[in-house]
Design a protein around this ligand. Structure first.
Ligand code: FAD
Length: 418
């Protein structure tokens, strides 16, 4: 694309927007590719980008049933962090954080990565000890973590209800390098960069089945736009992993639930970073437009609906009122939902499937946005080399059979959300 002068830009803005080039090619399916990725969310597009960029593979397609970023990639609350405690998780999420820190240069695209800090509050001695342990584990992995006392917090976030009778705030675990990134810009940035390297991004192309060779191995996909042959197929469909894996006869240890989020009207800047309530289901940040962006726990029943119900909305608002009563004066502008594929230990799967030629990237629970760069990097590594990347080596499918669980779901499901 030719750069516009300021006058041309003004002319375009006031005129009929002629001459704009699409950021990526909306490709039609070819008869075959080396690798087909199912799912055009952040993970699928990042995988395609790193396959091309790091492994030099260019016969790659991403097939998306709707439009790219129409799933959870465009529905999340944009929090990025690497404050995990277990050895199976911490190196992976820290690798993701390092990739976030260089992402805009790598993609040549403004993804609005903002390291504004993530603060997890604690409300009891036992919770403080747990956070101290996690912070120490982070530091042992070379990751930044700080345990802040109440006095420090009062300076930093004076608007919280420190003396709440039921949930007094005693302190918090702080990761200064955590923060937010603009979710749809991340999708567009990966799409643009992958497309420039020759990746075909094929929208409106639902995968409805798998092609098998004589040995039973997967050798392509059956789509709404016809069959596409492939040397290997990677599934990265987030909230639809069970359904798509089922097309190959695989039953995944996953349950799907709705997760809701909310945004208020735009307000003056007040919340400096991301804050999570340690005694209930509530977390919050403030968008660059001023909206308070907040959410809580999943709705308590299995569903593929991308909308939730009022009991969870009420629970989230109660958490908000307990933590920062001033939120009661803000008006909610809109709410939405996305489908979470919950594994039983709260950690994801990046692994070969039991069917040859088919690879799995699934089970991201609440936390897959922050994982986007490392997930793409490690899934690309697996697809290109047939070996697990060292930081994702624990994300095996068979851990649910062998018992090698990475049970850090407390980091997702409870006090330290998202
Ligand atoms: P998606 O964008 O959902 O991509 C999967 C794609 O696969 C979809 O576009 C879908 O249309 C496509 N697909 C499905 N079936 C087929 C098929 N048969 N054929 C072709 N394509 C198909 N994570 C964080 O780290 N931080 C947060 O703050 C955070 N907040 C969240 C808040 C909410 C309300 C929600 C819903 C999620 C949140 N998450 C968060 C989780 C995060 O959004 C997801 O884990 C992550 O986006 C999933 O990966 P993805 O981007 O590839 O998914």
């Amino acid at each position: 694309m030719q750069p516009f002068s300021i006058f041309e830009l003004a002319k375009q803005a006031l005129g009929k927007h002629r001459g704009w080039q699409p950021a990526w090619r909306d490709a039609a399916p070819k008869s075959g590719y080396d690798i087909v990725i199912v799912g055009g969310g952040g993970h699928g597009l990042a995988t395609a980008f790193y396959l091309a960029k790091v492994h030099g593979l260019t016969r790659i397609a991403v097939v998306e049933k709707g439009w790219i970023g129409g799933g959870n990639a465009g529905r999340n609350t944009t929090i990025i962090r690497s404050n995990y405690g277990l050895a199976g998780n911490e190196p992976f999420y820290e690798w993701s954080m390092k990739l976030w820190e260089g992402l805009e240069q790598a993609l040549n695209y403004n993804a609005m990565v903002s390291q504004r800090g993530v603060l997890n509050l604690y409300h009891s001695d036992a919770q403080r000890d747990g956070y101290a342990r996690r912070g120490n584990a982070m530091r042992l992995h070379g990751v930044d973590a700080e345990l802040l006392d109440r006095a420090r917090l009062r300076q930093m976030v004076p608007f919280l209800d420190y003396d709440n009778a039921r949930f007094p705030i005693m302190g918090g675990l702080y990761q200064a390098r955590g923060g937010t990134a603009r979710h749809d810009a991340v999708v567009w940035g990966y799409a643009r960069a992958a497309s420039a390297l020759g990746v075909d991004i094929i929208q409106n192309c639902e995968v409805m089945g798998f092609l098998r060779d004589q040995s039973g191995a997967v050798c392509g996909v059956e789509t709404a736009r016809g069959p596409i042959a492939a040397g290997k197929v990677g599934i990265a469909v987030a909230g639809h992993s069970s359904q798509v894996a089922q097309l190959a006869g695989i039953r995944l240890p996953i349950e799907s639930h709705v997760l809701q989020a909310f945004v208020s009207e735009g307000l003056k800047p007040v919340i400096p970073g991301v804050i999570t309530f340690g005694a209930g289901h509530f977390y919050i940040s403030q968008s660059n437009k001023g909206g308070l962006v907040f959410g809580g726990d999943i709705d308590g029943y299995n569903s593929y609906a991308q909308r939730g119900n009022l009991p969870t909305a009420e629970d989230v608002c109660e958490g908000g009122m307990a933590l920062m009563p001033m939120i009661g004066r803000a008006r909610i502008l809109r709410s939405w939902g996305g489908i979470m594929d919950m594994t039983m230990d709260g950690s994801p799967i990046i692994d070969r499937s039991p069917v040859d030629g088919l690879y799995l990237n699934a089970g991201w629970c609440y936390g897959g946005f922050k994982a986007t760069p490392a997930s793409g990097w490690c899934f690309a590594h697996l697809l290109a080399t047939d070996a697990a990347h060292e930081v994702a080596a624990a994300y095996r499918l068979d851990r649910f059979r062998t018992g090698h669980l990475i049970d850090e779901k407390g980091v997702g499901a409870q006090p330290n959300l998202h």
